[in-house]
Design a protein around this ligand. Structure first.
Ligand SMILES: *Cc1c(COP(=O)(O)O)cnc(C)c1O
Length: 426
């Protein structure tokens, strides 16, 4: 049986397959550039692992308090060295990306302090953490206030407005690298560096924190290389390499990380406790693979951008733009088309390929969301996944694929359903 026959048995239409091959063949140079970045990052991770003498012993587990967990402590040094920070927390006790961000914020803010987002609205789930939408236990309830400066219509930073918004109360700046559920651009590490330099020129001692979700290993540098005091992310996205079953990280200055640790566990105990419960090996191996896994996801994203824009759907970023995260936003224009796309991604999955995704009220989000994910790790979005809020203009956010080949197949499957239901003509 040849490959074409397998695609046929997997339910990809011949016209979609031909279209896909044509699009893919035009992406050779782009893919080579991703290979280069991945090579750089692979060596960076290896250097950190060798320097910290990662050994078989590091894969041992701890239970109970988790005192003197050598594997956990070494892994945190590996992360810190890879991201060029003084310290890092990498823990299975961090439930998800939002939790990691909340720990970083609560740990570093005190009553009377103010947070500024200089890049418009933050990620949906942070609205309740900060108290932008009223919520039990939010920072707002603890007397921490919030401000934001909007981006200019072309997506650039509004420097005068940012200067204006920085007051004597401003303690922490929250910069979200990736677009999240918005169509604003994601910010390259270089642009984040310019923004941080500006902010520090206005107020030197302000903490610059970057929500780095989906950005790790997409470029050769991370925001911590250009002045960020803290970078924060989820291990069921890029840095977990598809193997971490849970977890988050916070990397940054020793001061910021100690503050965060006091909140992650409690004052006095900080980073000293927290059993690793058998996840050390998958954290190490996932981090080792992460540059390569991220590369596959990037190739999938660019392929999706090129294929869908050719078919008349607005995409952001477009297939030629520089990348700083693995998210591909596509405007599908109708709820039916959004549904067909997500069903296609679901039907391409290695797990739960036989189910149809339905919209639901997801905790932390203010409209219904439809999600496709047939993942080995529940909700893992470094695995092939797509999700879209049920609101105009029916954007889908597509990300992941532990291999490019899987992401490629997912898009072909989505296009086949879209063709079948009359949303596209090939
Ligand atoms: C995924 C993500 C988060 C955190 O989300 P969780 O689902 O809690 O892991 C925060 N910010 C951005 C930009 C994200 O993409």
């Amino acid at each position: 049986m040849d490959t074409t026959e397998i695609y046929k048995q997997l339910g990809v239409s011949p016209s979609v397959l031909a279209f896909g091959e044509e699009i893919r063949s035009g992406l050779h140079d782009r893919f080579t550039a991703f290979d280069k970045v991945a090579e750089h990052n692979q060596m960076k991770v290896l250097l950190a692992m060798q320097k910290n003498r990662v050994s078989e012993e590091c894969f041992q587990s701890s239970t109970g308090y988790g005192y003197n967990d050598h594997g956990r402590e070494t892994l945190e040094k590996v992360y810190a060295d890879t991201f060029h920070t003084e310290a890092c927390l990498v823990r299975p006790q961090i439930a998800c990306g939002t939790h990691a961000l909340a720990i970083a914020l609560f740990g570093n803010l005190r009553p009377g302090d103010e947070i500024l987002s200089p890049v418009g609205k933050p990620y949906d789930t942070l609205e309740e953490v900060i108290g932008i939408r009223p919520s039990r236990g939010s920072l707002k309830e603890y007397g921490v206030t919030y401000r934001q400066a909007e981006l200019l219509p072309d997506g650039s930073f509004d420097y005068p407005a940012i200067r204006e918004a920085i007051t004597e109360k401003t303690k922490l700046i929250e910069i979200q690298r990736s677009r999240g559920y918005l169509t604003r651009p994601s910010f390259t590490v270089e642009r984040i560096g310019e923004l941080i330099a500006f902010i520090k020129s206005v107020k030197k001692d302000v903490i610059c924190m970057v929500d780095n979700c989906y950005g790790e290993f997409v470029e050769e540098y991370e925001p911590s290389d250009v002045g960020a005091d803290m970078i924060v992310g989820s291990l069921i996205k890029n840095p977990g390499g598809g193997l971490a079953p849970i977890g988050g990280y916070i990397a940054g200055t020793r001061e910021c990380i100690e503050n965060a640790a006091a909140r992650m566990t409690c004052p006095g105990l900080g980073a000293e406790v927290g059993a690793s419960l058998g996840v050390n090996r998958s954290f190490y191996q996932g981090f080792f693979l992460a540059p390569m896994i991220t590369k596959g996801a990037l190739k999938g994203a660019v392929f999706a951008a090129k294929a869908l824009s050719r078919l008349g759907f607005p995409v952001t970023p477009d297939a030629a733009e520089p990348r700083t995260d693995i998210i591909q936003a596509v405007t599908l224009k109708s709820p039916e088309c959004l549904s067909a796309f997500c069903r296609g991604i679901q039907h391409a999955a290695p797990v739960d390929s036989y189910v149809d995704p339905e919209p639901w009220d997801m905790p932390g989000y203010d409209s219904q969301v439809i999600m496709a994910a047939g993942a080995f790790i529940q909700g893992s979005s470094i695995e092939l996944s797509a999700d879209g809020p049920l609101r105009e203009p029916y954007n889908v956010y597509f990300q992941g694929g532990l291999t490019f080949e899987h992401a490629y197949f997912g898009i072909l499957k989505a296009l086949t359903l879209m063709e079948h239901e009359g949303h596209i003509r090939l």
